[in-house]
Write a protein that binds this ligand. Structure first.
Ligand code: ADP
Length: 367
């Protein structure tokens, strides 16, 4: 049985009744079904305003659903107040108590439960050790770095042994290198403790590094749910693909082993859905070949991304489709203004499950 189950949960904001007065109610969550298994780390990912915080608030009991049910360990939570739900919360701004020292902050949940002082002290020491701040109990929270405050907030959320830990943009305030390190530490820590985690973030790197399962939200609905690898390899829709940073998306008519697209005929993996679809080509699948072969393009821009270069290519013929991005090694990237040919590799082509919503633009076979 799932530790957490949301079934058909809707939350609406707005004053109107939908009959012509006030603001039309707006569904921040729209009939959401979601299960989180015991020990699972689920990251909810989506753009700002997609309903991520509302999802956490409704599970925590800070917001009542208009319809639907929330079950924890099989028990309906309607009417159960926040402090009786057994969930731990950690928000992006830490919300540490500035007048208390580190130990006073970590012990907060234990104090609220009336735990004896010596038990509190033991548990605080244990947690500070766990989050990599051994012996920091007497330090003032104002004197800690952002990363240390984050660890204290985490220790505080873990102290009462919540059955579900919920994180809202847990590493949002920290700089990138610290975030990348902490996310790996967090995943290891949750794995060792067997903590069940529901986290929300708008940062895909963070979600993919932390999660066993990623849930992508759009306008209060779940757009896709899957392991990081599944979502990365097979985005379900153009929305998910674009949110992950993939921009090479064109309408296509998919036939046997290949698709007709504005970029010409492109090979597709075996078993791809047929018909009028949207086609994603990951930048790794855009191969540069001799200018006399393939689709003739001019290099419009180059962007360095660590050890790779993103190369923006504009097809030379105006009817040959939109600009496309290729990914090259540092030394293989052509110069701006160079003329290149483009070929496509089927293993990095994804026929999206959704149908092409726009009127189908038939592509001339001859170019
Ligand atoms: P996210 O966390 O993904 O940024 P939110 O859950 O905060 O999204 O918001 C989802 C939608 O609900 C947004 O359109 C937001 O404006 C609206 N919303 C959130 N909280 C309130 C509120 N208290 N009153 C009115 N509208 C709200």
């Amino acid at each position: 049985m799932a530790l957490l189950t949301l079934s058909d949960v809707t939350v609406r904001f707005g004053t109107g009744t939908g009959t012509g007065t006030g603001t039309a109610p707006h569904a921040a969550l729209d009939a959401v079904d979601l299960e989180v298994a015991e020990h699972e780390i689920v990251c909810v990912l989506g753009p700002s305003g997609s309903g991520k915080s509302t999802l956490l608030r409704v599970v925590a009991g800070l917001q009542s659903p208009d319809t639907g049910r929330i079950l924890l360990d099989g028990t309906d939570q309607s009417g159960v107040p926040v402090h009786r739900r057994g969930v731990g919360l950690m928000f992006q701004d830490h919300q540490l108590f500035p007048q208390r020292d580190v130990a006073g902050n970590v012990a907060f949940g234990l104090r609220m439960r009336g735990a004896p002082r010596d038990e509190q002290a033991l548990r605080v020491d244990e947690l500070l050790e766990l989050v990599g701040l051994p012996g920091a109990g007497r330090r003032a929270v104002a004197a800690l770095s952002g990363g240390e405050q984050q660890r204290v907030a985490l220790a505080r959320a873990l102290a009462p042994r919540p059955r579900l830990l919920m994180l809202d943009e847990p590493l949002g305030q920290l700089d990138r290198s610290l975030r990348e390190r902490l996310v790996v530490e967090l995943r290891g820590l949750f794995g060792r403790l067997g903590t069940t985690v529901l986290a929300v973030t708008h940062d895909q790197g963070e979600a993919f590094a932390l999660a066993d399962r990623v849930v992508v939200m759009r306008d209060g609905r779940i757009a896709q749910s899957g392991t990081p690898l599944e979502v990365w390899q097979r985005p379900a829709s153009a929305f998910v693909a674009r949110f992950l940073g993939f921009d090479n998306i064109v309408p296509a008519t998919v036939g046997d082993g290949a698709a007709e697209t504005p970029w010409g005929r492109i090979p597709v993996p075996d078993g791809s859905a047929r018909g009028d679809r949207l086609l994603l080509v990951r930048p790794a699948g855009v191969r540069l070949v001799d200018a006399a072969q393939g689709l003739r393009c001019t290099v419009e821009a180059r962007t360095f991304r660590g050890s790779r270069v993103a190369v923006l290519l504009r097809p030379d013929q105006p009817g040959d489709g939109p600009v496309l991005e290729a990914e090259c090694g540092l030394h293989a990237a052509p110069a701006e203004g160079a003329t290149v040919g483009v070929a496509f590799a089927a293993e990095d082509v994804v026929v999206l499950e959704e149908r092409d919503e726009r009127p189908v633009r038939r592509v001339q076979a001859a170019r």
